[in-house]
Design a protein around this ligand. Structure first.
Ligand code: HEM
Ligand SMILES: [Cu+2]
Length: 549
């Protein structure tokens, strides 16, 4: 056995074969792949729920389901998409796989804890889906579990809430693991300012994870207590306060949107410099803005509550704070654009998806400002405008960054290359479908169509039909992208060690990496995005070719 044999062939722990070599593994790369298949599966299920809802909404009146099924479907869709896809996707798959390699380490600091996080994730996921079939049927509260409805509904809310609690544990353990790994395991010579930006973004995210998630955990416990013992924490009849629930819930859940988006921004910050062959513009700016978003994003939760009955002063303060988050976000976008400016741009599927990300995410972020201003939010609250806004940020943002990450790191993870043409067609269909799907919702929302309703006035029919049409295009595009990636296992076109000319440490190890990531001590560059060697090599190769002619 040579030292460079890939981790697929060298099981960890040694001696175990077949499925056990995966289920009991402590290798961060295997755990990352186990998350990939799990998250991919949940994503497809939630996508189907979404499409079913869209079909129901394509024409006014009852189309394929009644209101109760519709309520359960959007809850299931929301719970899965939030807790099982956008929150865990990028950190648990690509973070687990690449964070240790990017800092020149052999594994995360607590490999066994890492495996435990995966089991907690799976347990939480199965409980969430089990609550669909147990009790009186799937909860119909939406993923926010707002009181008082979540206390009085006879559906199986307690189990879903327990599931969310367990998923929170999993997410906290991963965060703890990443922070410790970054502090304790960086290879010799890698100072903080030599860390790749993806690792930096995960580091910032991990802090939000371990500081904000306990708030959610306690809140969910309170809901269960209230349901079982009726002690009156939230029930005004017993001296409780329903607004308290909203504060506690959003104190986690707004920071959670940054748990979703920061790692996605980290992915984009890796891709843009590589395909521009240019040092990233404002490395420190990107690092500081990650930490800035983590801090500022934790202070704005009550912008979800302008219509809930807060004091005018509170509304004013939260509106102002919400605007502040736009500053570090804009810093990142400007850095990406400035990196591409006068760069030697090489268009590839990862870059193409990254550009789609920037466009869609900017639309999402700017419409966030419309909602952040209390005056406009009062008109738009709980309308389809909000639905369009959060899908632009979460799906156009994190979703497309996830696709970009898949296309960027696929050759490294599996050692094989996919078909570019199909990747472009899939990405284009998805992006065009996305726009047809969500832009009509901005308009419907401004016209007053509320969210979370299975039926609507006839005047909203045209917009909804268009949205449904876009929804189908979008799903077809996504299926094509996944199909193309999966087909690469069939064709097995071998990918080189560094197909893109990347400079961070993961590109200095074989594809796929060996069990022990580094055979010899990795060489750390003074600056992680230094392309002078890559460019010199390319020029040499070209000169060589020309002299042979
Ligand atoms: C970065 C990713 C983001 C995600 C994933 C996201 C997600 C969401 C979600 C899920 C909701 C709906 C809440 C509900 O169920 O009632 C929402 C609402 C809202 N978002 Fe975002 N958001 C993001 C970014 C932003 C930004 C950057 C801003 C402002 C600068 C913002 C401002 C708002 C506001 C004010 C609401 C409340 C709307 C209302 O309740 O009427 N969001 N967002
Ligand atoms: Cu928020």
């Amino acid at each position: 056995m040579t030292a460079t044999e890939s981790f697929y062939h060298t099981p960890s722990p040694p001696g175990l074969k077949g499925i056990w070599a995966w289920l009991l593994t402590q290798d961060h790369k295997r755990i990352g792949l186990m998350y990939l298949w799990a998250v991919g599966l949940w994503f497809c299920i939630a996508l189907c729920c979404g499409l079913l809802m869209r079909v129901e909404l394509m024409s006014a009146g009852r189309t394929i389901m009644g209101p109760e099924v519709y309520n359960s479907l959007f809850t299931l869709h929301g719970v899965i998409m939030i807790f099982l896809f956008v929150i865990p996707a990028v950190p648990s798959i690509f973070g687990n796989f690449f964070l240790p390699i990017q800092i020149g380490a052999d594994d995360v600091f607590f490999p066994k804890l890492n495996l435990l996080s995966w089991y907690l994730f799976m347990l939480g996921a199965f409980l969430a889906v089990a609550s669909l079939f147990l009790g009186e049927g799937f909860p119909d509260t939406g993923w926010t579990f707002y009181v008082p409805f979540s206390l009085t509904t006879d559906k199986n809310v307690s189990l879903t809430v327990t599931a969310a609690f367990i998923l929170g544990m999993s997410s906290m353990l991963t965060g703890l693991n990443f922070i410790t790994t970054v502090h304790r395991m960086r290879t010799k010579g890698m100072g903080w300012m030599q860390m790749p930006l993806f690792t930096w973004s995960l580091y910032a995210t991990s802090w939000v994870q371990i500081l904000a998630t306990p708030v959610l955990s306690i809140t969910l416990l309170m809901v269960i207590f209230e349901r079982v013992f009726a002690i009156g924490l939230f029930d005004p009849g017993k001296g409780g306060d329903p607004i308290l629930y909203q504060h506690l819930f959003w104190m986690y859940s707004h920071p959670a949107v940054y748990i979703m988006i920061l790692p996605a921004m980290g992915v984009i910050s890796e891709i843009i410099p590589v395909f521009s062959r240019k040092a990233v513009f404002g490395y420190k700016g990107i690092v500081l803005s990650s930490m800035g978003i983590a801090v500022a994003g934790s202070l704005v939760w009550a912008h979800h509550m302008y219509t809930s009955g807060m004091s005018d002063v509170a509304v004013f303060v939260f509106s102002l704070l919400t605007f502040l988050v736009a500053i570090p976000t804009a810093v990142k976008v400007f850095s990406w654009i400035a990196t591409m400016y006068k760069g030697a741009i090489e268009m590839t599927p990862p870059l193409y998806l990254a550009l789609i990300f920037i466009y869609l995410f900017c639309v999402g972020g700017l419409t966030g400002l419309v909602l952040g201003s209390a005056g406009t939010d009062i008109h738009l609250h709980d309308t389809h405008f909000v639905v369009a806004h959060f899908h632009f940020t979460m799906f156009g943002g994190t979703g497309f960054a996830f696709f970009a990450a898949l296309h960027y790191w696929w050759p490294k993870m599996f050692g094989i290359m996919y078909n570019f043409k199909k990747a472009y067609i899939g990405a284009t269909l998805a992006a065009v479908g996305f726009i047809f799907h969500y832009v009509p919702m901005f308009i419907l929302g401004m016209q007053g169509m509320p969210r979370r309703y299975y039926d609507y006035l006839p005047k909203f029919e045209r917009g909804n039909f268009l949205a449904g049409f876009g929804g189908f295009l979008l799903v077809i595009g996504i299926i094509l992208m996944f199909y193309n990636l999966l087909m690469s296992f069939r064709k097995r076109q071998v990918a080189p060690q560094d197909p893109w000319g990347g400079t961070t440490l993961e590109w200095s190890v074989p594809s796929p990496p060996p069990l022990h990531n580094f055979v010899e001590e990795p060489k750390v560059k003074a600056y992680p995005y230094d392309f002078s060697e890559v460019i010199a090599q390319a020029q040499n190769a070209q000169a060589h070719q020309e002299s042979e002619k």
